[in-house]
Design a binder for this molecule. Sequence first.
Ligand code: GCU
Length: 602
Amino acid sequence: MKSIVLLISLLAVISCAQAQQTDLIANTDGRKTISLDGEWRTIIDPYETGYYDYRYQPSSDGYFKDAKPKTKSDLIEYDFDTSESLKVPGDWNTQQERLLFYEGTIWYKKAFDYQRKENTRLFVYFGAANYIADVYLNGEKLGRHEGGFTPFNFEITKLVRDTGNSLIVKVDNKRRRDAVPTLITDWWNYGGLTRQVKLVETPATFVQDYFIQLQKGSRERISGWVKLNGSKLDQKVTVRIPEARISKSFTTDANGSAQITFDAALTLWSPDNPKLYDVVIEAETDQVQDEIGFRTIETRGTEILLNGRPIFLRGVCIHEEAPFRGGRAYSREDALTLLTWAKELGVNFVRLAHYPHNEFMLREADRLGIMVWSEIPVYWTILWENSATLENAQNQLREMITRDQNRAAVIIWSMANETPLSNARLSFLKKLIDHARSLDNSRLISAAMERHYLNDTTTQMIDDPLGEYVDVFGCNEYVGWYDGLPEKADRVEWKMNYQKPLIMTEFGAEAPYGNHGDPLTRWTEEYQENAYQHQVSMLKRIPFLRGTCPWILMDFRSPRRPLPGIQDFHNRKGLISDRGEKKKAFFVMQRYYQEIRGALPK
Ligand code: GCU
């Protein structure tokens, strides 16, 4: 009997702790927040001494206790407050030379005071932490988050003190075979608290999440939902769009959810007119404001239709690498610099590779009128048969969609990049597609998929079985770089087994800025320019092509690129160097985009 009572109370404690990782809070910008950015005390812990005991068992007395010697004889072998600090947000690799290649655990501590007001709740919100974050407050475990590119939050209402709070995060960016992404990527495994950390204060019952977009296929009917979180779940909620004199009220059910639908004559969002409306979601106990654009995106055969009209996606791929300083980009300025360069190239579309970028990128794309392909890092050879890997990928997908579902700029959710054909892969990706459609059926689904040469070695065949389940095809090809010399593109024809639009999601060649030579000398700007010239003429010959995304806007750091004096651990396929210098190939693409602007290929 005694053991059963003990077991029940133990389960209660566990469920209480786990319960503190609430669902994601949407739109923290529209709420009362306190930034925890700045210097955080850190302990570099390659052997995870602060987490495991010498028997490699999780220790109950780890660094998360933030312990201090109470007497002169006490033995405490760490001290956050005399340890060095790192900046947050920011990857650790570019903050200290000795951490550039570091993959392992670093502990972060932030002390803060906070006077909680009556009838309010408090959450700690992370924009992202690469890769696994174990989070503690005042020695109590809040929970764990896996995935380096999506936000997460924990409720700390019951644990927070007026003064001397100790928030501790163990961040581990070790690569693992069963992780997402898995062991090998062509981007730097930047570790740390790479995006903003903030406290989010809410009323006892608050508007936790909402989805307010035009109904699929309709340009005058809004359909979506609002979700409350708290004790008073049956409330009247009103959605207001003041500029359009719209105010519609609904009642939430016992779970705090309300489906919302109403007619609205609105100016539609588009690259030429990125119209955003102030939208207010008002409940009896809370109010949130957001800036939302309204547009429809569909396909019809090989056409992509924005607001019912065919478009061509003049795109470029972007990694979340900071211009000039290098490292993981995280700020509004970083986003504006990258998107402004993309605009100079003539784009109306960007492929954010290969993982969800920070929220500033999406909100600036909304404001600048740049359509977005957003992707989860199901990259190359994921462990398709591993159920935990699938769950992890689904969770990253859910968090990506939850954060950006109200961004008009996002038109495509991408499930994967360059994943080898197999039945296990197909069923894994089909499950992801079903999950994405269950969360948001208003956008297009895609992936960067496989293609192969027919026996004649000049006909590229697109017949990836995944094609049946996506709305738009994405394909990467490197004719003229990994595949022959630039002029080979003149002989390559493209065939596809599906009546669907194709986006060429990657193509390009590599050259460090300022390296010059003749058009057939690898690594020169002239070779890169030559490759692009032949690429453009090949692309123009593909009848079902509805978008192009050269790889890549800016050079980026990669552990797979050691060539001294040329790559120096950078992938130099940028059209722009990491110091903002435009290479000759940049102007080939700029001319092509000027030429096709407004004109759809016949
Ligand atoms: C691949 C891959 C990219 C990589 C690029 C390259 O297609 O998707 O992540 O950086 O090719 O080789 O440069």
